[in-house]
Design a protein around this ligand. Structure first.
Ligand SMILES: Nc1ncnc2c1ncn2[C@@H]1O[C@H](COP(=O)(O)OP(=O)(O)O)[C@@H](O)[C@H]1O
Ligand SMILES: [Mg+2]
Length: 230
């Protein structure tokens, strides 16, 4: 089990931040690590090349070089739902192609951190969604909860979906998206009680926090345990 699949309660809740933090954290422990964004929607032209911000952040956070095709098999320019972007382009998002890219990355690195797009049930193609991709890759999940009003419902719905797919949740991260969330501690305690997996880290609200600083919020003991449990 050389990896994790990072999912979240929504889009924009901190998946990329957590993926980058985990890459840095395992890097600090001496592991060769690489990030993967199988499907990215939203790109801008930089020096004549279409680039996605998540892919670039993950590339920077890892310590192993790999081809763009492996790091990001599917890139769509429009920042819209992946299956719609794919349909517009006449592309079929194939789990087998993503799996081949992932398998290649597992030969280069000891830890592969895969970031989903949006939440767990985001569609990828007719009849397939992000959860199916996590199953196809055989990876345990890390759930990023964007701590704001409404997150309890989103987190618990995601937990139900994880169980329905027989996926394994390695742990969850509380990301303090809304710095003025009312009753933050009680919300946190509710999720600690209801999610029967470890709270891996609590990330503070801090714009521009770098991945190395976030990495220090994950206890090494926990990081080793996550790898052992596979
Ligand atoms: N704890 C936080 N404090 C401040 N800004 C945050 C925090 N978490 C996320 N953000 C910001 O919110 C946006 C979405 O975060 P990101 O990690 O890209 O989410 P996702 O990958 O789930 O879409 C980014 O601009 C990020 O910098
Ligand atoms: Mg992201």
């Amino acid at each position: 089990m050389p990896g994790f699949f990072i999912t979240g309660t929504d889009t924009g809740v901190g998946k990329t931040r957590v993926a980058a933090a985990l890459l840095q954290a395992y890097g600090r422990l001496g592991y060769r690590c690489v990030g993967m964004k199988p499907v990215a929607a939203g790109a801008s032209l930089q020096d004549g090349v279409w680039r996605n911000e998540d892919v670039e952040l993950l590339r920077q956070a890892g310590n192993v070089q790999a081809s763009g095709e492996c790091l990001n098999p599917y890139l769509f320019r429009a920042a819209i739902a992946p299956h719609i972007a794919a349909e517009h382009k006449g592309v079929n998002i194939e789990l087998a192609r993503i799996r081949a890219a992932y398998t290649h990355l597992t030969q280069l690195a000891e830890v592969v951190v895969v970031e989903g797009a949006g939440g767990l049930l985001v569609p990828l193609s007719p009849g397939r969604d992000m959860g199916d991709l996590a199953v196809a890759l055989g990876l345990p999940l890390v759930l990023v909860v964007g701590m704001r009003l409404g997150c309890l419902n989103h987190a618990l719905l995601t937990w139900e979906a994880i169980q329905a797919r027989n996926l394994r949740l390695a742990g969850w991260v509380a990301n303090r998206l809304d710095p003025s969330m009312a009753a933050y501690e009680e919300n946190l305690a509710t999720l600690v009680r209801r999610l029967p997996v470890p709270l891996l880290a609590e990330l503070p609200h801090q714009a521009g926090m770098d991945a190395a600083s976030m990495a220090r919020l994950f206890a090494p003991k926990r990081l080793y345990a996550m790898l052992r449990q596979g």
